[in-house]
Design a protein around this ligand. Structure first.
Ligand code: F6R
Length: 366
């Protein structure tokens, strides 16, 4: 069942090249610089008129949603909010009914997400669901459904469902961005080329996982960990911290790197490994400054950086490499590194990886 892997989680991490490929199969029209998304049932006129979107999700899916917000605002020009489903339900959302609600839920059964979608629909919003489970409750509650094609995920920690959610968000953003005339065909082609490269690039990361394992083992006895990133790498830092805490039980915090000096820097000591996602992009120099801030507190810095980055070794103690990709698509690669880091840390601590304590695969209670 585990196809020779020690845990479902490791098997599912290794399935990502295939699950991503399946998720975008037949949808990426590279020559035209567009994406096929007939399942949305939106007319060209409706797409042009969209003014606002609200992404609703929990946990790992919420982390994917933060990246979704950045992608939407950059590529479609639609003002986009991201809300935790359990907060959205009991807040006072100001919705006028012309907005899009995008629910992200791999199981399609998360009670809070379902209730939040029902609530947004009561204002007249149009709901799109991104889910991995055909026929799940969310598919009946939404106006349209875009499926991730990750296949069954048995490990409680979401891995391949997360990265396929990201792929789906890229496709949605490109589709809407092209339809609204915000994204040029040329920029869209460039993104599509980079998305198509991801499966092969993930395979490369998997082939070199030994270095990630060694790093995990080196720090497996630490009590606290920090994960920092900026812009598109911020949600990846949150997700890296969530994965580590849920399966290895190490206290981990994910932070927008610019926020460190507003409080959490007080917790950084020589005993705190800080994972900094330092891939190339327009915030690269900023994250280098943040790395210097934590180095000044004697923290050990583990950087996730591109293969062609020749500077980073001057700043970081350990460098975990990913192939070079577009600034917008490299978060997918970084997240695979952090999944492996969490996995090997939990393995070194002999934790119950596929069934962490206190957690369930699908949270059908409020
Ligand atoms: C973490 C994890 C959870 C889920 C969350 C939402 O690894 O799996 O945080 O992401 O419970 O679940 P779905 O996506 O099914 O709504």
């Amino acid at each position: 069942e585990k196809a020779g892997y020690e845990h479902f989680m490791l098997k599912e991490i290794h399935e990502q090249p295939t699950s991503i490929q399946k998720t975008f199969a037949g949808k990426l029209l590279e020559l035209e610089g567009t994406v096929k998304m007939d399942e949305l049932y939106l007319t060209p006129e409706q797409i042009k008129q969209l003014r606002r979107a609200t992404i609703i999700a929990c946990g790992t899916s919420w982390n994917a949603g933060i990246l979704g917000k950045y992608l939407f605002e950059k590529l479609t020009g639609i003002h986009t909010d991201i809300e935790t489903a359990s907060e959205f339900r009991y807040g006072n959302p100001v919705l006028c009914g012309e907005e899009l609600t995008i629910a992200i839920t791999q199981s399609g059964e998360t009670a809070d997400t379902l209730a939040a979608v029902r609530s947004s629909k009561s204002y007249g919003c149009r709901a799109i669901a991104i889910t991995n489970v055909v026929g799940s409750t969310i598919t009946r509650e939404s106006d349209s459904v875009v499926y991730t094609r990750a296949g069954p995920e048995i490990g409680v920690a979401a891995t391949k469902t997360f990265t396929t959610q990201l792929i789906t968000l890229y496709m949605l953003a490109i589709y809407l961005g092209r339809g609204r005339g915000v994204l040029t065909a040329e920029d869209s082609k460039n993104l599509i080329v980079n998305i198509k490269r991801l499966p092969g690039q993930i395979q490369k990361i998997l082939n070199r996982k030994k270095k990630i394992k060694e790093c995990a083992e080196q720090f497996a006895d630490k009590r606290d960990y920090f994960f920092i990133g900026r812009y598109l790498n911020f949600p990846i830092a949150l997700e890296g911290a969530l994965k580590l805490k849920e399966i290895s039980y190490i206290h981990a915090e994910g932070y927008a790197a610019g926020e460190l000096k507003h409080g959490p820097l007080a917790l950084i000591t020589e005993d705190t490994p800080v994972v900094a996602i330092a891939t190339k992009g327009h915030t690269y120099d900023k994250i280098l400054s943040n790395i210097k801030e934590v180095k000044a507190r004697n923290a050990t810095v583990i950087a996730v950086a591109n293969d062609d980055d020749t500077e980073i070794e001057k700043y970081a103690d350990v460098v975990l490499r990913i192939p070079s990709s577009h600034e917008m698509t490299s978060p997918v690669l970084s997240s695979v590194v952090l999944q492996l880091l969490a996995y090997y840390t939990a393995l070194a601590k002999d934790c119950s990886i596929d069934k962490p304590r206190n957690l369930a695969k699908s949270v059908t209670v409020e």
